[in-house]
Design a protein around this ligand. Structure first.
Ligand SMILES: Nc1ncnc2c1ncn2[C@@H]1O[C@H](COP(=O)(O)OP(=O)(O)OP(=O)(O)O)[C@@H](O)[C@H]1O
Ligand SMILES: [Mg+2]
Length: 293
């Protein structure tokens, strides 16, 4: 093919992508277009290419400092991916980019093969099925465990809809299931303020689970937890993988050892190494910048 034809082809693909993304904002699923001809149901993410998330050559600078530097990474549906790396490596910034909090200067960020996340705002991205857990628990201390979980279903509704909000039976079932998953069934009527630090973290994860996110981003989830709470969190994450895709950032290596399949090491805003924990721990470059400190 001549360069001219190639260029025209690329233009057509780009125009088609723009059309798909524009339609995706106005219809639930973007219709058949969202899947380039494959039927994609409302609320579904097209993972036919085996990726729930991919970042391609993403960069962002803050005042001339490259916090993310040509970062490329992808995650398979149902995968539990661990991300490690030294302070300042860009782990949190990467999550900020995925969730629309920070706009990259360049690069691509796709959810499934058709949803260009850079076209969406932060609140819209949450609605697409990407849940994010920040380090500090942000549960409502005065409310009970039940009320916190119930509230998680209301957050995307207007004031009036929230006032008249009642759980339907599917939502009640989901709430019961989530309570069981996060090991807080016995605390359901307790106010969140009386929970331990670890229990608050689980409650916040439960609030994310109420939305049944396809992808969960968890930034240092076991920081400040007791050993027992950390072990329970590992069990929780292992029970979530498969049904959800997870990206977990942690510095706690024994926790990473318990939950990890593939570990990605970030350094200076890019992937330094990737593999099993044993493989990356044996990598001289990783030892030098991170593990050998
Ligand atoms: N909004 C911002 N403005 C300016 N600099 C920022 C901003 N956000 C992040 N940075 C800088 O970008 C770099 C990457 O920070 P980031 O918080 O992503 O690192 P991290 O890998 O999450 O580190 P840690 O393990 O300490 O949490 C740091 O040097 C940080 O100071
Ligand atoms: Mg961080």
């Amino acid at each position: 093919m001549t360069p001219d034809l190639l260029e025209q082809g690329a233009e057509r693909v780009a125009a088609h992508e723009a059309l798909v993304a524009a339609r995706g904002r106005h219809t639930e699923s973007g219709g058949r277009e969202a899947g380039f001809g494959r039927p994609v149901e409302a609320g579904q993410v097209d993972v036919v290419h085996g990726r729930i998330l991919y970042l391609d050559d993403v960069s962002v600078s803050f005042d001339g400092f490259k916090a993310i530097n040509k970062l490329s990474l992808d995650i398979a549906p149902g995968e539990l991916r661990c991300i490690i790396g030294p302070n300042g490596a860009g782990k949190t910034t990467m999550m900020d980019i995925i969730t629309g909090k920070t706009r990259p200067d360049e690069g691509k960020v796709f959810f499934g093969s058709t949803i260009d996340l850079l076209r969406y705002r932060e609140a819209e991205i949450a609605g697409l099925g990407i849940g994010r857990k920040f380090q500090k628990p942000t549960v409502f201390e005065q409310l009970t465990v039940f009320e916190n979980l119930e509230l998680a279903l209301k957050t995307h509704k207007g004031v009036r809809a929230s006032m008249f909000f009642r759980l339907d039976s599917a939502q009640s079932d989901r709430l019961a299931e989530v309570l069981h998953t996060i090991h807080l069934a016995a605390q359901v009527t307790q106010s969140a303020g009386t929970l331990s630090h670890g229990q608050k973290q689980w409650l916040e994860i439960g609030m994310l689970l109420m939305q049944d996110p396809k992808l969960l981003l968890l930034d240092e989830p076991v920081a400040g937890m007791t050993d027992e709470e950390t072990a329970r969190t590992a069990e929780l994450f292992l029970s979530l993988k498969g049904r959800h895709s997870l990206m977990v950032v942690e510095h706690d290596m024994s926790f990473i050892r318990t939950i990890s399949d593939i570990v990605t090491v970030l350094c200076d805003g890019a992937v330094l190494a990737q593999g099993t924990l044993d493989q990356v721990q044996a990598d001289e470059r990783v030892i030098e910048v991170y593990l050998g400190r």
